[in-house]
Design a protein around this ligand. Structure first.
Ligand code: NAP
Ligand code: ZN
Length: 349
């Protein structure tokens, strides 16, 4: 066991503050990573403030981790010290259930998330990436293309895969009209991917000042969702809509934009339930689904795709001392388009 610096919250109302946490000594399949950058996902905020319930304190959030391998266990084959590596939302699963065998570890009953899951090695719960060092099983560590900006890579392992996976699952390709609701961390990655897959992309935003950015990121059209007339123009026309909104909103307004057999997939996880009108679905055999991150193999596929197509997140890099300010701005939809913590700032505390 060794100690490393971290930022944690001790309650749902406490600000995040400097802390020291323990990490395990390496077992044979483990990789130790010096964390260079960690993205700030809205899920970190939901969890810290216990909006979904079940948060164990102190919590060390962070599941968009990128860094350099510092040490490897005796049986590790994929990594050596000095390699770039990333860790997303999961650090373990049983690897034997049908979901794991199908490469869908995120749906394993025994999945261990990067933070706030039972820690079978040290007891208590797992601690995430708002820290200088982490240890994880190599099977949950990802290879990072070496041609990409590292700060912009960090968000790929949550915001990136969470949008890439449903776009692939619902076969978003050329000729499809695709909506992205909410232009935040997830939303801006969805725009980049849907555009790269050749779809006609329409962004729905509550922030009119994001219009120019949306077009630059790859959108073909932008709709200010508070404008009912603009929304009405698109009625019944979408094949697929990805909803990334983090707060309660009117889902029927978007269901009504789907064509026959169209689908809305929710990746946004608001604290309160959404009201679905039966007729929004019935009248055009529409469907509403959800999606959770993506499996390890698909996450690697996504990172490799990003390497080939030069795709990274648009980031605002902050020192960790600005974390509480960043959370406040996240709540105001004031992020362009992902905060990423430069972990060197934690070393100097
Ligand atoms: P984010 O950066 O805060 O973006 C959310 C965006 O939603 C905002 O930028 C805003 O976009 C829009 N929005 C916020 N409040 C709204 C409201 N009241 N009404 C309408 N639109 C609103 O958050 P994120 O990190 O992308 O995460 C988004 C959600 O996905 C969170 O709930 C998060 O927990 C969840 N998530 C799920 C998964 C998964 O596996 N399913 C993975 C990661 C995150 P505009 O300014 O454009 O309106
Ligand atoms: Zn996340």
């Amino acid at each position: 066991m060794y100690n490393t610096k971290a930022y944690s919250a001790v309650s749902a109302t406490a600000p995040l503050a400097s802390d020291t946490i323990a990490r395990r000594d390496l077992t044979e399949h483990d990789v130790q990573i010096e964390i260079l950058f960690c993205g700030i996902c809205h899920s970190d905020l939901h969890s810290v403030r216990n909006e979904w319930g079940g948060t164990v304190y102190p919590i060390v959030p962070g599941h968009e981790i990128v860094g350099r391998v510092t040490e490897v266990g005796s049986a590790v084959t994929k990594y050596k010290p000095g390699d770039l590596a990333a860790i997303g939302c999961m650090v373990d699963s049983d690897l034997t259930c049908p979901h794991c065998k199908a490469g869908l570890e995120q749906f394993c009953q025994n999945v261990i998330l990067t933070y706030n899951s039972p820690d079978k090695h040290l007891g208590g719960v797992t601690y995430g990436g708002y820290s200088n060092s982490i240890v994880a099983d190599e099977r949950f560590v990802l290879r990072v293309p070496d041609n990409l900006d590292l700060a912009g890579v960090a968000p790929l392992v949550c915001a990136g895969i969470t949008t890439y996976s449903p776009l692939r699952h619902w076969r978003v390709t050329e000729g499809k009209k695709v909506g992205v609701v909410g232009l935040g961390g997830l939303g801006h990655m969805a725009v980049k991917f849907a555009h790269a897959f050749g779809a006609h992309v329409v962004v729905f935003t509550t922030s009119p000042d994001k219009t120019e950015d949306a077009l630059r990121l790859g959108a073909d059209e932008v709709v200010v969702s508070r404008n009912a007339d603009e929304m009405q123009k698109h009625a019944g026309s979408f094949n697929f809509i990805l909803d990334t909104v983090s707060a309660k909103h009117d889902i029927n307004a978007y269901l009504n934009l789907l064509c026959l057999d169209g689908n809305i997939t929710l990746v946004g996880a608001p604290e309160k339930p959404l009201d679905v009108a039966a007729f929004s679905l019935i009248v055009a055999r529409r469907s509403l689904s959800g999606s959770s991150i993506g499996g390890i193999a698909e996450t690697q596929e996504m990172l490799d795709f990003c390497g080939q197509h030069n795709i990274t997140a648009d980031v605002e890099v902050i020192p960790i001392q600005k974390i509480n300010e960043a959370y406040d701005r996240l709540l105001k939809s004031d992020v362009k388009y992902r905060f990423v913590i430069d972990m060197a700032s934690l070393k100097s505390e």
